[in-house]
Design a protein around this ligand. Structure first.
Ligand code: FAS
Ligand code: PHB
Length: 389
């Protein structure tokens, strides 16, 4: 087999890159180890920046998103029974949209299916080779057969636990990591959202987030100990805890119901430098992870895709390597700003086991300054709606 760009990983990064390349007549093959249904079953991000929306439109897959998504002009931040709104639209002139990662990935899989063979799922043993030559290739197993895929470039879009990042020699890559002493227990329920905007809640019992997917599908999270397992949390226990962490008048309006998905995600900040090794380019979670508090995970994967896509187009159309040569530098510049914002939102809104009384006073002062100062609110809003690509 031969293609121009071999893409390892059929999550949102790999699929979006492949779809964009396809619009320019650049051939790619996506190798995904799971089934389409398994990939779609993972409940993850919910908030898309304008940059992501524009990429989906450029890729020609935005029709359902434009029809079904919700525009959010702001968000609520609460602490105890206090709350205030950050008005993204008034402060930055732009908004975000609510459209689940599951739906983004579904739209991209549907588009790829029209292009027979561009996405190969349920593969195993994917391994890139000869990345430091001008003739790289990838081998993989499918239906018991070993297949060789020759290519010009390899995009490592295989997430945090993939094979791509490991191809950069240990003595040539630098990894930066911060782990957090808690996780997020997430619940999906076929109930109406408690509020028409998201609520990020700091409470003495820990963080909570009230989000949504549509008028009858809500997504809620509570900060929980890392040792917890989803089975430790009955629906009843979850709803009671959520009500204790959000302002009373929202708790009174909360419509509860059976969870249709319940999972716990650990929180970490992680960056791998560089994001390129010879003919391999890392993209998305393969290169970086953020705590989901700033809704930056999926949205930072999108800016990687933007830089890599334009670098590849510049190479194939103009035989100019400039975009590819500067990919890692440009992607990392935006990634580190998203890392900072995600870390800051996490420290602002969560309770840490080792927090002293002084720390708690500083956290409250941060919240009260944010509540009262337009410049502080603009900084949060500019980061939340998405910094420029
Ligand atoms: P992904 O991990 O989504 O996709 C990588 C793909 O590569 C997977 O389909 C995997 O099966 C495949 N793969 C891995 N190894 C392979 C191999 N060796 N061969 C072939 N295929 C391989 N972000 C937010 O903004 N908000 C959230 O609330 C949020 N919640 C999250 C919860 C969890 C549990 C996780 C893990 C992440 C969450 N994220 C969230 C971040 C998430 O949305 C990621 O940013 C997003 O999935 C990034 O997409 P990809 O880079 O495509 O990586
Ligand atoms: C979600 O809806 O899943 C979501 C929204 C905002 C976040 C994290 C997750 O910051």
């Amino acid at each position: 087999m031969r293609t121009q760009v071999a893409i390892i990983g059929g999550g949102p990064s790999g699929l979006l890159l492949s779809q964009l390349l396809h619009t320019k007549g650049i051939a790619s093959v996506v190798l995904e180890r799971r089934s389409r249904d398994y990939v779609l079953s993972r409940i993850r991000a919910g908030i898309l920046e304008t940059g992501f929306v524009n990429l989906m439109r450029e890729a020609g897959v935005a029709e359902r998103m434009d029809r079904e998504s919700y525009v959010h002009d702001g968000t609520v931040i609460s602490y105890g029974n206090e709350e205030f709104e950050i008005d993204f639209k008034a402060l930055t002139g732009t908004s975000v949209i609510v459209y689940g990662q599951t739906e983004v990935t579904r739209d991209l899989y549907d588009a790829a299916e029209a292009d027979e063979g561009r996405v190969i799922t349920e593969v195993s043993g994917v391994m890139p080779h000869d990345l430091e030559t001008d003739a790289p290739y990838v081998t993989f197993m499918k239906d018991g057969k070993v297949i060789r895929l020759d290519c010009d470039y390899v995009a490592g879009c295989d997430g945090f636990h993939g094979v791509s990042r490991q191809q950069i020699p240990e003595d040539k890559r630098r990894e930066f990591e911060k782990t957090y002493p808690f996780g997020w227990l997430g619940v999906l329920s076929e109930t109406p959202p408690v509020h028409d905007e998201l609520i990020y809640a700091n409470s003495e019992r820990g963080f909570a987030l009230c989000s949504m997917r549509h008028a009858n599908l809500s997504r809620y999270y509570v900060q929980c100990p890392l040792a917890d397992k989803p089975e430790d949390w009955s629906d009843e226990r979850f709803w009671q805890e959520l009500k204790r962490r959000i302002p009373a008048h929202h708790a009174e309006n909360l419509v509860t119901g059976p969870s249709i998905e319940k999972s716990i995600a650990p929180l970490r900040s992680f960056v791998c430098e560089p994001m390129r090794w010879g003919r391999l380019f890392l993209c998305g979670d393969a290169a970086h992870i953020v705590p989901p508090t700033g809704a930056k995970g999926l949205n930072t994967a999108a800016s990687d895709v933007h830089y890599l896509y334009h670098g590849l187009v510049q190479f194939y159309e103009e035989k100019d390597n400039e975009g590819l040569d500067r990919y890692s530098e440009k992607a990392l510049a935006r990634i580190w700003k998203a890392e900072r914002f995600s870390w800051w939102m996490t420290t602002l809104l969560h309770r840490f086991p080792d927090q002293t009384d002084f720390d708690l006073r500083i956290q409250r002062a941060d919240l009260e300054f944010l509540r009262s100062n337009e410049a502080a609110q603009r900084v949060l809003a500019e980061n939340y709606v998405g910094l420029p690509y």
